[in-house]
Write a protein that binds this ligand. Sequence first.
Ligand code: ADP
Ligand code: MG
Length: 672
Amino acid sequence: MKTSDPVRKVKGIGEKSVPLYEKLGIRTVGDLLCHFPRGYERYEAPVLISAAGEGTVCTVEGMLTSSAKPVPGNARKMVVARIRDVSGEMELRWFNAPYILKQLPVGRKLLFRGKTSRYGRTVSMVQPEVFTEDTYRARMKSLRPVYHLTAGLSGNAVSKAIKAALAETEVEDYLPGKYRRAHGFMKLADAYSEIHCPKDESVTKEAVRRLSYDEFFRFLLSMRHLKAGILREANSFVIEKHTVADAVRAGLPYKLTGAQQTVINEIANDLQGPFPMQRLLQGDVGSGKTIVALLALSMCAEQGFQGCLMAPTEVLARQHMETFTKLLAPYGIGVTLLVGSQSAAERKQVLSGLADGTYRIAIGTHALFQEKVEFQNLGLVIVDEQHRFGVKQREQLMKKGAMPHLLIMSATPIPRTLAMMLYGDMDISMLSEQPAERLPVKSCVVDGSYRPTAYNFIKKQVAQGGQAYVICPMIEESENFDAENVTDYAAKLRQEFGGDIVVEALHGQMPASDKNRILSDFAEGRIQVLVSTTVIEVGINVPNATVMMVENAERFGLSALHQLRGRVGRGAKQSYCILVQGNDDPESKERLSVLLTAKDGFAIAEEDLRLRGPGDFFGIRQSGDMDFRVADIIRDAETLKFAREDIEALSDGETEQMYNLLIADKADIVIY
Ligand code: ADP
Ligand code: MG
């Protein structure tokens, strides 16, 4: 098999699962091999039932005191069983898993691993995995890869498919031997095999090092290539008109911060400069990036060019659309929205308006860059809440006409030294100042016993007109688990709060239309408490929300937590962030406590860099840290440095040569 073959050729991937793989962006065998684990799981030693705690993932060993039974009439086909060990009893629950009935006869001793949860007075484990003593002991010794999944595709199925592909695919190593030797890297085929089927931790580390280098190298190479191309192009969209921008500024209910003014000046200079703009705006959460984007786009529109703003999610795009329409309508600037869920008729109307120039500003998702979209004269592209904007996408843009100006607004600040290494080929602006009248968010790190107090607190905040987010981390053991997790949690909160408070659940597997409806209901105050996984879109702005409660906070990176916290404290009211630590590890506590004192996102990123020891090398990455597939800019900073040095050493001619070798026309290599 070749890496360019379709995944359908892999043994075990049937007609039915092809669309599921496609959902994960996997079309070819090469894509499948590059579907790297987002981390590894190590099974920990079992704990006593009495020590299992609540809301944590753990393993218990117990004897079935009654055999598993279906609960009659339960809509989700619930099955319940009970187990006992020397310390106590526990209830086990499964949903939609009738096959479990046969595995669990009374009197059998087994191990169960899953998340504990309280229903009324009993602590239960929901949807646990079941092991015999032998299978569990084997698991405890090995690293198990954890993959991004989609409903209908289990981790086991993906693992099996990858193994089958590895066994039959010839993997060609694209990296010239010179670099392999200089850094002592293993071969690509070995790296693939070791990262998916880890046999030895030190070898897995080497595989990660090799693949991280490749990612960095290709990323930096394409940035360099792009930069060389841009330096050959003159600025075709000279933008000098600022009257609308000045009027919008004057009409704002607030004064721009000094940092915002500086950045806007930098952008205005770029827009009238000799080359197309290539700027990265690193802005702390809540520092007011949206208005910066809006002002730049208004300059572009006034000059007679078109501009667009790309958001990572539809919800955020819709929210931007509202802000833009409100602020720009008085000046007769046509703003339109382009997202995946629009009807064909709506879409047609938007596309024709973009092609004939009726609309000067388009706000949307990736849908903006599909082939069918034609702009009359696209002069400025702004990418919101993302570090990296596909190099391939940028090239597509270049092909659509003259090279437009590009502004990338980052989701998470990263330490300056790392930013320089990654984005040295762009200009970088910083936005670290918070608007002056903001009250800093009051934060605390607590354990599970604090929950009743937290719920009471939320009740009070809601009574005073506030709103709250409750975040549950994604649970990786089962593909549907995060959905179950938030729906169960929301049900529990409804019970807790009674009928007066509207609680809704939001998770990644919902159809876009449901997500949109729930988020707009939340934004407009029809929902008071939103229980969500981190799909709660970055960037969302609901100034009336005053509480952010995060369950199992230890499972998140500090920067991700800072992002989440940034969802509150956006209005005039005092806001609060409650971080519930789900384990009692003192190191986790120390790490979380950084959030109580650090000044801003940049300081947090620096601390993250300092605190992230090699200890959690194989840990599971949460979204927010996931800019690269394997590489972690903090963990792999050393490798990044090598890649940067190797790129710097290339001459212009070599850059083009390497680009052609490693990137151009390589359909099976994914570059963001
Ligand atoms: P982010 O940088 O996280 O994208 P937003 O652009 O969403 O932040 O801005 C957050 C909130 O702050 C918005 O409600 C916006 O209207 C407000 N805001 C932006 N700039 C200022 C400012 N200079 N003074 C006061 N409020 C501001
Ligand atoms: Mg934003």
